[in-house]
Design a protein around this ligand. Structure first.
Ligand code: 5AD
Ligand code: SF4
Length: 451
């Protein structure tokens, strides 16, 4: 079977922002190898799925997408075209055997710490006469970042991974098993990537890590530096207008880091700080290194550092042993913090984690009821916050076209989507907009002339 002249790849990404970043770095690698991107799966010679394992549904979605990819593979085969199918990311780390069993047509499967090996794997798979799935799930001693080509992401908002993995072992979570132990990239490497991004048009950098605020990268003298140090260094880059970092762990919100929210003007007044539950009993069973008062104290300090700060969080309802009283404490913390945005999930049993084998699992029906109640409350606060924005002027970073002609969509400092009529030249720029309308999920407004 022959390949077409310019081979094309297609990547579908599931899950978190880290996966979005990983996919863009995989794309950098493939482009460097001479492959071209396509957004049409049926045109692709290489189809990649970058997977998420955090909750059940994410893995199930992968298997249904793989089924569809197999059909396309067979159709293309009839016209003499070969399609290589690869799976990368967290599902591979946790369920490589399942992939081979349930989707035997997959050509290769690569865990999140090994994707720098993809070009070599592709070379081997192409030569391979008899199909066999190549699997790479090691936790290598040398970071994959040492092998990756430059980050060539274009656009005004860029992700930059500075830390990967997690040592916290929350009892419900697969991340320490799929992404391995914590690793922080050296300061110099991060700054070089940040400068390159700004040079090619990035105005906003979002620093990523599973536990980003425990960052402890080495500087050029071998001294360990914290996230606060790195934020100050990044803020010095000429032309950069906005910095964010995500996701943070409450117990690692140091005073130094909190002070950045006062001292660094371009650090956005929005922080995703997952609390998971408001009940100390449940937080303990989750093996979190904080209780609800530690958390509230951190929020209070952040609000003192920057009174304009808006908080966001993740919540899990129906963790094993959660009673109505525990759940009420989660509602209490929401009422206390008044989150401007949040993500909430029903607890999902993940094989290999301690909570999965706890014998006090909560009934599905109860989980659903609690999630409904929590989400109604969260949406209420989010809607109110958005309503309060009406009449205010906000700087908006425009990053995509709207549905209507002449309309662009951008992000406010608080991560809200905002629609505005403006000239298309303003794409990838920051303009001032007066908010006119709001819904739970977005805002719209009119451009304020800067003159
Ligand atoms: N069940 C439900 N939610 C989970 N999360 C992580 N693991 C699970 C699980 N087993 C949620 C947490 C985390 C977010 C990324 O996903 O809230 O912060
Ligand atoms: Fe998972 Fe907990 Fe680590 Fe977050 S801090 S990645 S929830 S183990």
């Amino acid at each position: 079977m022959e390949f077409s002249v310019s081979e094309k790849y297609y990547i579908k990404t599931f899950g978190c922002q880290m996966n979005v970043y990983d996919s863009s770095r995989i794309a950098d690698m493939l482009k460097k190898e001479g492959y071209e991107e396509t957004l049409k799966q049926n045109e692709a010679d290489i189809v990649l799925f970058n997977t998420c394992h955090i909750r059940e549904k994410a893995a199930e979605k992968l298997f249904s997408d793989l089924g569809r990819a197999h059909l396309i593979q067979l159709e293309r085969e009839e016209t003499g075209k070969k399609t290589i199918i690869g799976v990368v990311g967290c599902v591979v780390q946790a369920e490589d055997e399942q992939i081979v069993k349930r989707a035997p047509f997959v050509d290769f499967a690569v865990g999140p710490l090994m994707y720098h090996t993809i070009p070599d794997i592709l070379r081997r798979v192409k030569k391979d006469k008899k199909h066999q799935c190549e699997i790479k799930t090691d936790f290598p001693a040398i970071s994959k970042f040492d092998y990756l080509p430059e980050n060539t992401a274009k656009g005004a908002c860029s992700f930059l991974a500075i830390q990967e993995g997690c040592n916290n072992f929350c009892t419900y979570c697969v991340v320490p098993y799929t992404r391995g132990a914590e690793y922080s990239r050296p300061i110099k490497e991060v700054l070089e990537e940040a400068r390159r991004l700004v040079k090619t048009g990035t105005l906003e950098i979002n620093l990523l890590g599973q536990n980003v605020n425990s960052y402890h990268g080495e500087d050029e003298n071998g001294q360990e530096r914290d996230l606060a140090y790195l934020l100050h260094k990044i803020a010095e880059i000429d032309g950069l207008k906005r910095i964010r970092y995500t996701t943070s762990y409450p117990a690692d919100m140091s005073d130094n880091l909190i002070a950045c929210h006062k001292d660094i003007e371009i650090l956005m007044p929005y922080l995703h700080l997952p609390v998971q539950s408001g009940s100390d009993r449940i937080l303990k069973a989750m093996n979190r290194r904080h209780n609800s008062s530690d958390y509230l104290r951190a929020v209070e300090k952040l609000k003192i550092a920057n009174p304009m700060i808006g908080m966001s969080s993740d919540f899990i309802v129906g963790f094993p042993g959660e009673t109505d009283e525990d759940f009420q404490k989660t509602l209490d913390i929401v009422n206390e913090v008044k989150y401007i945005q949040a993500f909430s999930f029903k607890y999902s049993r993940r094989a290999g984690t301690p909570a999965a084998v706890m014998d006090n699992q909560v009934e599905e029906k109860v989980k659903k009821e609690r999630l409904d109640i929590l989400q109604t409350l969260l949406f209420d606060y989010q809607t109110k916050f958005n309503q309060n924005c009406i009449g205010k002027v906000m700087p908006v970073l425009l990053e995509q076209k709207g549905r209507h002609k002449g309309q662009l969509i951008g992000r406010t400092p608080y991560m809200q989507n905002l629609h505005v009529e403006t000239k298309s030249d303003n794409m990838n720029k920051i303009i001032n907009v007066e908010v006119v309308e709001s819904t739970t999920n977005s805002l719209s407004g009119k451009e304020i002339s800067n003159g």
